[in-house]
Every structure is written in structure tokens, then in C-alpha cells.
Design a protein around this ligand. Structure first.
Ligand code: ADP
Ligand code: MG
Length: 722
């Protein structure tokens, strides 16, 4: 217990750093200060080079290799002026983390001196040793090399560090054979596929000379903060990112007094500090507020192009980690750090469009634009209906399993929420006649305008996993720890499929001479009739919904192991192959890595549970039992009738804890066939329940054992002391 009591003293004595930017540059001035952005490029690059790079960024034109040297040289000069000594190719391996390989700019000369060098080929390609990143069988051990390749569409930046600054270059990470070993490659491929199909549809609607259509993503990140002294005294938090023990505090979140309440001063200081760092990196941090649970907060940067938002999201997480430490806190991105308390998600707000057209999910103010809007909505309805299982699989992880399907996060059943008015419109379309609103006359596609749809982006239906929010769809199932790249890749790909389907139909109708508006109306009716079953505007937490969903034929993939096999079904393999996002080998590798990560996560947690249970909690309980027993003996010795209730009370859960630990240990020692699926099933069906049994006994003891003997910081302490 020394660790806990010491932590309490240290927390008490801790003085957080004060944060003030008074007298320093205004936020507007620091924004993008460390980014090699368009403004910097325009200043520093020869005009023709600048134009060429912009053509790649804005219009998806293939990068002209001849410009690389010029860009590299300008980038190097700029970075050196910013105090950079090294450059790093930053990539996103399938661990979900961010990886970097740093190299010095200095190149030795033959005369023994060294000069700062950065050639175009070094910018464009790197060669980190890839052998220790998960690859799911894509790389033979004798060929451990992987390549990193510059992603021109995501700006390079300088990362500040007291030990020297680094020029960071966002890159893809691929194997010798060109297969994706990362999250960025498929995201870029899927964006391309989706853009091409969307452009076909826009052409049908009369748009010419289109700018590239891309996907936009606005991620909302939820997280917990705990005092670092407590964090370090909790080996479970430290090693697994979540508490494996801990009784529910007497005061939970029932009071609803934290949500949107005043932000504690210390946390506000941390937020101001991080926002400034994010601004320097060009990350548009916007809203910040308390979340539902005590100690829980949210940050939502402004939406950006999908792959930039994804890179920024990763960078945001690492920045948060560093700065939380500086403020004596640890940030928890785990989906469920505290059981019985709300978990954390990372809502992915998705739309598609470009800088000319804005979001294509915005209803227009004329009949023509409305028809276009309804087509893109219909494409989404079809995509989510056909591929709900893939969406579920894109957010499957051991940690997110604790959240999905609990009554706080969207259910594991993937349905779509349209809001009353849009749902009503599609209802009317399904019935073959479109009425603008009740009582008014019939409305025909291409002739009448839609009623004004509410654009309030508030959480009107928090229970839906995929909700229309006025100008975008919000995918709420992604977990707080996950990269947004995987769900974005899936959304882009299934949208590409639906848009392709629609474009084929409409192009054929036009070729046959059918009236375009009539063709659109027929198509919308067909789609909503076939795929309307996925639309659900009711309460996703209700007990009736799973029953109703089953009748509708919607999948309810409760756990990671239910979801992962979706990745390797025949239709899924064909889908991703068709749009050149993943070939079959790459899909199989993602599936294998999903299993591998699951086994590793549960395995670590199970071993930690066994260890903490046996070496931390059991000894404390036994000490208390001894104290009580000594007391009983002492009373008896002086002839007082001793009440042994207290002794029985502590002895029963101690026996339960011993028994549960024995079961867990034997489950951990089980001989398993050397097969990932069998190991994962064992983790799910044997280890997880055995861990829960250990926890139940330990949590019962927490409420019995004398407080001064209890070894781990309690929920009460961790959640309410900031
Ligand atoms: P809420 O709490 O209502 O969900 P937030 O303000 O917390 O709203 O987050 C909304 C997120 O959606 C922000 O990241 C915002 O930039 C993003 N967003 C807004 N419009 C779009 C759009 N057209 N496409 C994608 N994301 C968007
Ligand atoms: Mg929100």
C-alpha cells in the first residue's frame, strides 16, 4: 500500500505548471508556423515546381520526379532555419501507432567535414528496417525491407523537441513487392477510388472541369486524464492502458455534473498548452469540453481532407501524451479505462466533396442540387446496408469490444440514422411519390425543392452508429485509441462501390435516352426499397432493437472475433480488389494482424491480472484478514465473546480470489494448437471470463479491506482528483 499512500501525498503536493501566452504571438500568428505548407512553398519554390506540386496535391496528378530535388532542397533550407538537425520519414504501421526513422541531414565529405544534404531521392523514398512491424505474412523473413514513400498531399512539418528539432515527412510504408504495410497506403488508394466514382456522378449532373473529389474527416477525440502519480501506482493502467481492478466509486457519473461543466483549471492549462502546439503544426483544434464521465474530455479539430486529418489525428495523440506528462498527468486513450464509467470513442465525421462544391451531403436550394444530394445520400444508405459488417470490422479491437454494445456507445449493429425529415423524404420516395411535407402537393425530383433540413450538428441521436448530421455522416463506432484511417478506408471503398453502381445505372439510362430526372427518381426508389432496412431512427440502446435488427437481416457482430472474419469473405475480398484498395493477400494480412493484436492485448491483460491479483491484492487482503484474526484471538484471550462476522466477511472473497487466480493461471498455461484463430478464441472464451472472476473477488475485497491497507489508487481518487 506504500505506493498508493505515497501517490496520494505526491498528488497533494504537486503544483502544476502555469500556462500563459500573454505577451506572446497570437494563436493566429503561430498557426502553421512549423508546417511546410502552400504559403511556404509558394515563397520558396521556383514557380514551375510549385505549380507541379500543387497539381499533385489538388488534382491528383502524378508527382513529377524531376521536381523532387527542388522541393527537397527548399524543404531542407526551411527546416534548418527552424532548427532541425534531422529528418524523419513518418509512417503508420499496423500497430496503430506512429513510427519514425530519423536521419541526420549531415553527409560526410571526403575532406573530413560534413555538409547538410537532403536530396530529392531521400525525400521521396526511405528504407527503414521493417522486420519488427506486423505484416500478417506479407513479408518473408529473409526480405525484411520495407519502403517509405513521400505522401505529397500531407504537408511536412518540423517537430520541436528540447533535444533538437526534426523535419517530419508523412510517408506510406510498403513492402518490396508494393503491398501495403501501413494505414496510409490503403487510405490514399480508397480516396482515389471514391473520388473517381463521385466525379462520374457529378459529370452526369452537369459539372465540368471538376476539381478532384476527396473525402473529408473531422475526428472527435475523447480521452481521460489522471494524475500521473496515480497512474504510476497502477501497474494495470501503466501496462494495459485500462484498470483491470477497481470497485465502482460511491459517486459515479449519475449526477451528470461533469458533462459540459466548468473545465478544471489544471486541465484548462493543459488544453491551452496542447492547442498552441497543435496550432504550430497546423492542426485546427477547435472545440474542447468535458465529456460525460468524470475525468473525461473531448477535442474536435476542424475537418480536413481524409488523409491529412488522419495524419493530424495521430500527431494530436502523440502531442497530447507529451504535454499531459509536462502537466503531471497521463492521458488515457483506451476505449474503456474504467469499468462502470463511460468509455471513449473517436467519432469520424465523414463527407465527400472538394473546395469548389463543399460537402456533397448538403441539400441544395434548387431542385437540381437536391437531386444530387439525394443521390449521394442514397449511395451511403446502400453502402452501409451492404457492407455494415465491414464497417464493424474496421473498428474491431479487444479494447473497443468493451465499449460497443454497452449502453453508452453505439450498438455493434450497424444501422443508419437519417433524422425525421430526411427519413420522411426517403419514405415518400419508396412509396413512389415524393411529398415535400405533409399536406403539400406531390414533389418530383428535378422539379420541386426539399423542405429545409435541420443543420444542427448536435447529438440528436447518440445511439446510432452512423448518423446524418446535416452536412455529413458521423460514424460513432470507432474507438478512441484507433486510427481513423481504417474506418475511413472502408467508408471510401464502400462509397466507391455504391457510386459506381449508381453511375452505371444513370449512364445507361442517359444512353438509352431516358429523361435524367426520371432515371434518378427510379433509381432512388429502387435503392431505398432494397436498402431501406438499414435506416433506423429509434433508440439503438433499447432491448427491442437487436430483435428488430435481426428480423431486418442486419448483422449483430458483438465481438472482435465475430467481426474480423468479415474481412475475408468472398464479397469483401472482391470489393477491395476491384477498387485496388487491397489485394487478397493484403486483406488476409489485415485479418491475421487483427487476430494477432487481439491475442497480444488479451494475453498481456490476463498475465497482468494474475500478477496483480496474486502479488498486490491477495497479500493486502491477507494482511487485513490477519489483523482481524488477531483481534478475534485477543478478544477471546481476555474472555470477551468474539464476533467472527468480520473475519468470515474477508475470508470468503479471499477464498474466491485464490480460486479465481488458480483458474486464470491454468487458462494461461493451457497448451494450445499453434493457430491464431484457436488462440484468439481461447483468449475470448477462457481468459476474459477468468479475468472477470478474479476482478469480481478483488473488487469485493476493496470494499472490505481497511483503507490504509488497500494498495491500488481507487476509482474515487483517480477520477475526481485533478
Ligand atoms: P458534435 O459534438 O455535434 O458531434 P463537434 O463540434 O464536437 O460536433 O464535432 C463535429 C466535427 O465534425 C468537427 O470535427 C467538424 O469539423 C466536423 N465536420 C463539420 N462539417 C463536416 C463535413 N462537412 N465533413 C466532415 N466533417 C465535418
Ligand atoms: Mg461530439
Amino acid at each position: 500500500n506504500a505506493a498508493r499512500l505515497q501517490a496520494l501525498k505526491d498528488v497533494e503536493a504537486y503544483v502544476p505548471p502555469t500556462v500563459s501566452f500573454v505577451g506572446e504571438e497570437a494563436p493566429g500568428q503561430v498557426f502553421g508556423e512549423n508546417v511546410f505548407n502552400k504559403v511556404v512553398m509558394k515563397q520558396r519554390l521556383p514557380k514551375s515546381v510549385y505549380k507541379s506540386v500543387i497539381a499533385t496535391i489538388e488534382h491528383g496528378v502524378k508527382l513529377d520526379p524531376l521536381v523532387a530535388d527542388a522541393v527537397a532542397s527548399a524543404m531542407k533550407d526551411w527546416a534548418l532555419e527552424k532548427g532541425a538537425t534531422h529528418y524523419a520519414h513518418v509512417f503508420y504501421p499496423l500497430t496503430g501507432l506512429t513510427a519514425e526513422k530519423h536521419d541526420s541531414f549531415l553527409e560526410p565529405e571526403s575532406d573530413g567535414t560534413a555538409i547538410a544534404e537532403f536530396a530529392g531521392k531521400t525525400l521521396v523514398q526511405g528504407e527503414p528496417d521493417a522486420s519488427s512491424f506486423p505484416n500478417g505474412g506479407l513479408r518473408n523473413t529473409f526480405e525484411a525491407r520495407g519502403y517509405t514513400g513521400w505522401d505529397v498531399t500531407s504537408p511536412a512539418y518540423v517537430l520541436e523537441n528540447p533535444n533538437g528539432n526534426t523535419l517530419c515527412i508523412p510517408t506510406v510504408f510498403i513492402s518490396m513487392t508494393g503491398e501495403a504495410l501501413d494505414h496510409k497506403t490503403p487510405l490514399l488508394r480508397s480516396q482515389q477510388a471514391m473520388g473517381e466514382q463521385a466525379e462520374r456522378i457529378l459529370k452526369l449532373f452537369g459539372h465540368t472541369n471538376l476539381n478532384h473529389v476527396v473525402s473529408f474527416c473531422g475526428p472527435e477525440q475523447e480521452y481521460f486524464l489522471v494524475d500521473r502519480h496515480f497512474f504510476l501506482a497502477r501497474p494495470d493502467l501503466l501496462n494495459a492502458g485500462r484498470t483491470l481492478f477497481g470497485a465502482k466509486p460511491p459517486k459515479g457519473q449519475e449526477f451528470d455534473d461533469h458533462y459540459f461543466g466548468a473545465i478544471p483549471e489544471r486541465v484548462l492549462g493543459f488544453m491551452m498548452d496542447t492547442e498552441r502546439e497543435l496550432f504550430k503544426l497546423g492542426i485546427p483544434a477547435k472545440t474542447r469540453h468535458n465529456e460525460v464521465a468524470p475525468g473525461q474530455f473531448e477535442i474536435a479539430p476542424m475537418f480536413e481532407r481524409g488523409n491529412v486529418a488522419s495524419d493530424h489525428q495521430q500527431l494530436l495523440m502523440t502531442t497530447f501524451k507529451t504535454i499531459a506528462k509536462k502537466h503531471g498527468m497521463e492521458i488515457l486513450f483506451h476505449e474503456k479505462p474504467f469499468s462502470g464509467v463511460n468509455g471513449s470513442g473517436k467519432h469520424v465525421n465523414f463527407s465527400l466533396g472538394n473546395n469548389e462544391l463543399g460537402s456533397l451531403f448538403v441539400p441544395g436550394d434548387n431542385p437540381h442540387d437536391n437531386a444530387q444530394f439525394l443521390v449521394f445520400c442514397a449511395a451511403t444508405i446502400r453502402a452501409v446496408h451492404l457492407y455494415g459488417g465491414l464497417l464493424r470490422a474496421s473498428v474491431a479491437s479487444a479494447s473497443n469490444d468493451h465499449r460497443l454494445g454497452a449502453n453508452e456507445a453505439p450498438p455493434a449493429i450497424i444501422s443508419i440514422f437519417l433524422g425525421d425529415q430526411l427519413a420522411d423524404i426517403f419514405d415518400q420516395i419508396a412509396k413512389g411519390s415524393l411529398t415535400s411535407s405533409k399536406g403539400k402537393g406531390k414533389m418530383t425530383i428535378g422539379v420541386d425543392t426539399l423542405p429545409v433540413l435541420p443543420t444542427d450538428p448536435g447529438d440528436r441521436n447518440r445511439t446510432s452508429p452512423f448518423a446524418f448530421t446535416g452536412n455529413r455522416f458521423e460514424f460513432r463506432a470507432p474507438g478512441s485509441l484507433q486510427t481513423v484511417a481504417a474506418p475511413m478506408t472502408t467508408i471510401n471503398t464502400i462509397m466507391a462501390d455504391s457510386l459506381d453502381y449508381i453511375a452505371n445505372k444513370l449512364e445507361a439510362a442517359v444512353a438509352e435516352g431516358t429523361d435524367f430526372d426520371a432515371a434518378v427518381q427510379t433509381l432512388l426508389t429502387e435503392i431505398i426499397t432494397e436498402h431501406g432496412a438499414v435506416v433506423f431512427n429509434g433508440n439503438g440502446y433499447s432491448a427491442e432493437w437487436p430483435i428488430e435488427a435481426e428480423k431486418r437481416g442486419l448483422k449483430n457482430l458483438k465481438t472482435t472475433l465475430d467481426a474480423l472474419p468479415e474481412l475475408i469473405t468472398e464479397p469483401a475480398l472482391e470489393l477491395f480488389q476491384k477498387y485496388k484498395v487491397f489485394n487478397h493477400r493484403e486483406m488476409h494480412s489485415r485479418y491475421e494482424i487483427g487476430l494477432e493484436q487481439y491475442i497480444l492485448t488479451v494475453g498481456v491483460e490476463a498475465r497482468l491480472t494474475a500478477e496483480i491479483g496474486a502479488t498486490v491484492i491477495l497479500p493486502a487482503a491477507v494482511r487485513y484478514q490477519t489483523e482481524v484474526a488477531v483481534n478475534v484471538g485477543a478478544l477471546k484471550a481476555v474472555g470477551v465473546e468474539a464476533d467472527t462476522t468480520a473475519l468470515d466477511e474477508v475470508s470468503a472473497p479471499i477464498s474466491e480470489l485464490r480460486a479465481a487466480l488458480a483458474t486464470l493461471k491454468s487458462a494461461l498455461a493451457a497448451e494450445l494448437p499453434h493457430d491464431a484463430w484457436a488462440e484468439a478464441k481461447h483468449a475470448q472464451d477462457e481468459l476474459l471470463p477468468a479475468m472477470l472472476a478474479v476482478r469480481a473477488a478483488a473488487d469485493a475485497l476493496e470494499e472490505i479491506v481497511a483503507d490504509d491497507l488497500w494498495p491500488l489508487p481507487t476509482y474515487q481518487e483517480m477520477l475526481y482528483v485533478l
